[in-house]
Design a protein around this ligand. Structure first.
Ligand SMILES: *Cc1c(COP(=O)(O)O)cnc(C)c1O
Length: 383
């Protein structure tokens, strides 16, 4: 078997702290919203939303988690050796020209994976023909996301085909909401209605071994009717509502805190421009902290002259352009600031000026993108 490993380079000075307590607390809180017996699928794609996939899987493998979901076969292979109790759900559908060994390994290891065409079902059956392995196929039903779902007729055709394929079994039926994170839930409920229509037409509920699943984090929190047999939670497990919520039914705690040390303090006289492009010119004599972190580490260039960071209890502001692997922070007003002191770049408090939501607002994006940007070479420190 080909190995998909590489030598990992780690920067020990850049510290991404992961709170296992917060992570477990969030999982338990999310599970408390589901009726007893609902399976919990922990979504760990995108390096566990930037937290470190191996770290997160290691923390959660002893918790009441039934599935880990990843995007690709490669991530599944990467975490497979870490777990013994849970199953792995891959979101990327099988495609017929995929290396045959991946189908074989998926079947051997019991991975669950969507299938999106008759060609794919026939391909899987061809690879596994005559073996004792059975492939766990899921069908993603199109209900309004218009991304990778199957139209209802197509889905019914595939169910019939799977039922005739001895080495493929229908293991799951699911859909995905496009707007469950929004305040207005009409469209999400319309998707739910279409999904239930399909479940009825195709008599899915009679098949006791088929896992029906639909909810992402937002639906788990706001649409209990959509939880079915399993919920698939990503962002909220990491402590964030998909977008800030005013009266959330459960309390979530951010699980990540990103920190880096002050490498040097530099005095910049008033009127001397700072960094590339001279985008900042201090009006007063300024003490700048050089922080060895930049856009190559996942701290975006658009934070230039904008984003705050916490230096102890005090706020410093990024001045000048964020460079590839360093930036400058105005610490003129921070008493006792010292070289070696750790600066907090992404805070683990919702109301912090450099919390995930605040940074997402500054960058005009969503907290998902802020978290997933933290580069894999940043060291993950589990508490
Ligand atoms: C990423 C993903 C999820 C998790 O979404 P969150 O909003 O992070 O909870 C669930 N289902 C599918 C199909 C996904 O791709």
């Amino acid at each position: 078997m080909r190995l998909y490993r590489s030598q990992r380079f780690i920067r020990p000075d850049l510290e991404c702290h992961i709170s296992s307590k917060a992570l477990k607390h969030n999982v338990r809180n999310l599970k408390s919203l589901c009726k007893d017996g609902t399976k919990y699928c922990a979504v760990v794609k995108a390096n566990a939303y930037g937290h470190g996939i191996a770290e997160v899987v290691n923390i959660l493998k002893t918790e009441d988690v039934d599935f880990f979901a990843v995007n690709s076969f490669y991530e599944a292979l990467h975490i497979d050796t870490l777990i013994d109790r849970q199953s792995i759900l891959i979101f990327e559908a099988v495609y017929p020209s995929q290396p045959r060994e991946q189908i074989l390994i998926s079947a051997e290891r019991g991975f669950h994976c969507p299938v999106a065409s008759a060609d794919a079902v026939n391909f899987i059956q061809d690879v596994l023909e005559g073996s004792s392995h059975v492939f766990n196929a899921h069908l993603n039903i199109e209900t309004g996301m218009s991304r990778c779902g199957l139209d209802q007729n197509e889905a019914q055709t595939l169910i019939d085909l799977i039922d005739q394929a001895p080495n493929v079994r229908l293991a799951g039926i699911y859909t995905h909401f496009a707007t469950a994170d929004e305040v207005e839930l009409d469209y999400a409920y319309e998707q739910l209605r279409r999904f239930e229509d399909f479940l009825g037409t195709a008599s899915i509920r009679k098949r006791k071994d088929v896992i029906i699943h639909a909810s992402n984090s937002a639906a788990t929190i706001k649409m209990p009717e959509a939880n079915f047999d399993m919920v698939r939670c990503g962002i909220s497990m990491y402590g964030y509502y998909s977008r800030p919520m005013t009266d959330p039914p459960i309390k979530l705690s951010p699980t990540m805190k990103l920190q880096a040390p002050i490498a040097r303090l530099k005095h910049i006289p008033a009127g001397h421009s700072v960094s590339y492009g001279r985008s900042f010119v201090p009006y007063r004599d300024t003490v700048a902290a050089i922080v060895p972190l930049g856009y190559a580490d996942g701290y975006w260039r658009c934070f230039s002259n904008k984003a705050p960071m916490m230096v102890g209890e005090h706020v410093g502001k990024v001045i000048g352009r964020v460079c590839m692997d360093q930036l400058l922070l105005d610490v003129t007003d921070v008493p006792g600031v010292a070289v070696g002191q750790m600066v907090t770049i992404i805070d683990d408090k919702h109301d912090s000026p450099c919390g995930g939501y605040a940074l997402a607002d500054l960058a005009e994006t969503i907290c998902y993108e802020i978290l997933t940007s933290v580069h894999a070479h940043v060291s993950r420190i589990v508490h």
